[in-house]
Design a protein around this ligand. Structure first.
Ligand SMILES: NC(=O)CC[C@H](N)C(=O)O
Length: 406
């Protein structure tokens, strides 16, 4: 007897997630139907999917959420961290088709379709996360279904592999050769996919410098893909913000005579942001004594400018509840995080103090110059999404500028 199709089945199409280690997972496409390639990373936040989708730090990445229900409070025009989604693709267990929230304007499916981002639902995102934790972040591709569909749907496969996460080789005899060969070609392409490079920051930085007026201190903001909420927080402090593209030369920034420098978050490997590192080195000259504050990528760039080193972590920190200890006070804060690189502590020069540490794995979460008003954090004090425990860090930046102005 022909199975009656439900509404959900008619709105979706089979699609696959292929990882560079040959893992293949079947799901249903939602949002835009397109093949994409990116670095697959997991985020453990229970809410905040809209902010995550639009955070420019995710540029070039395919994000999977460990929380099983995504889209339950819908999508609205205000909770975005940039003008469009920045992820390459989105993997969820269940995309909620009927959101319920007074601010909801559309479903996540509608939003991703409108914005040209492919989503994949029905993925066992926890099994996927375990695989990433074992192997480290992996390149992956979202592939729309092809000739393999009919066979994969077969009862025998379903029974044999129910709930399992499989590799292409494990199911080689169960799918038509044509499908296997297609996946092989995609696997080959995946191995050549560049997960980082200067192109990522160039995609998300402002094309031109601009000013956000305010009555307070003049702050040069180096935009490496800045989140809206960082700008909102800086604006709320009534600063006069001069926002510069990532590749701006130091002379141009100096000509604006900033009283403070803010270094933003951003995508990719910090070592690719060579122009910004040079700018920071210049402003670190002791006679300038200029207050600097960096968040996430900004923090990593600061450590490179100090002469320290960074490395790629196995699978990074992405979520809304990472415990971080302030080493001066002993106090632990719950922080929002989204990063795949970290600071090589041994590489730091003597004039730099490690101010914060991750309680889970001991990695460096904050730095402070011992003699200059310069500090940075790896986590996101601006939240969005996530806890607002450490918003006071912005006040310290103002205090540093006030101290210098006296
Ligand atoms: N949120 C960020 O600024 C991320 C910084 C950097 N791209 C990393 O992944 O570590």
């Amino acid at each position: 007897m022909k199975k009656m199709s439900t509404k959900k089945e008619t709105r979706t199409k089979n699609a696959y997630l292929l990882l560079e280690d040959g893992t293949i997972m079947k799901g249903r496409s939602f949002g835009c139907q397109a093949n994409v390639t990116g670095e697959v990373v997991f985020n453990t936040a229970m809410t905040g999917y809209q902010e995550i989708l639009t955070d420019p730090s995710y540029c070039g990445q395919i994000v999977t959420m460990t929380y099983p229900l995504i889209g339950n409070y819908g999508v609205n025009a205000n909770d975005v961290e940039s003008v469009k989604p920045q992820v390459r693709g989105f993997l969820v267990r269940e995309a909620c088709a009927r959101p319920s929230h007074y601010r909801s304007e559309k479903t996540i499916e509608h939003y991703l379709a409108q914005q040209g981002i492919p989503g994949l639902e029905g993925i066992d995102t926890r099994a996927l996360t375990r695989r990433i934790r074992q192997c480290g972040a992996l390149r992956g591709a979202i592939l729309m279904g092809g000739p393999e569909e009919k066979v994969w749907e077969g009862e025998a496969i379903a029974a044999k592999h129910c709930g399992a996460i499989m590799t292409m080789d494990e199911i080689r005899d169960l799918v038509p050769n044509e499908a296997y060969q297609t996946w092989k070609v995609h696997l080959q392409k995946l191995s050549q996919h560049l997960v980082s490079g200067p192109h990522l920051i160039e995609k998300v930085t402002t094309p031109q410098s601009y000013v956000i007026p305010g009555e307070g201190f003049r702050v040069a903001v180096i935009d490496l893909g800045i989140k809206e909420n960082i700008l909102r927080m800086l604006k709320s402090l009534d600063l006069q913000l001069m926002v510069f593209p990532a590749h701006t030369k130091v002379e141009e920034i100096q000509a604006a005579s900033p009283q403070g420098i803010f270094l933003s978050n951003g995508p990719g490997n910090p070592k690719d942001a060579t122009a910004a590192i040079e700018v920071i080195k210049n402003f670190l000259e002791p006679q300038k004594n200029i207050p600097i504050f960096g968040i996430c990528l900004g923090h990593q760039l600061l450590s490179l400018a100090f002469g320290g080193d960074t490395y790629k972590m196995k699978f990074g920190h992405r979520g809304g509840n990472h415990p971080v200890q302030d080493l001066r006070t002993g106090r632990v804060y719950i922080t929002s995080q989204n990063h795949g690189y970290s600071i090589q502590e041994e590489s730091l020069p003597e004039f730099v103090e490690v101010s914060h540490r991750n309680v889970n794995d001991g990695t460096v979460e904050g730095l402070r110059h011992r003699h200059l008003p310069v500090y940075s954090v790896q986590y996101h004090p601006e939240a969005a999404p996530g806890p607002e425990d450490t918003a006071f860090l912005f006040d310290e930046f103002i205090a540093n500028m006030e101290a210098k102005a006296k």
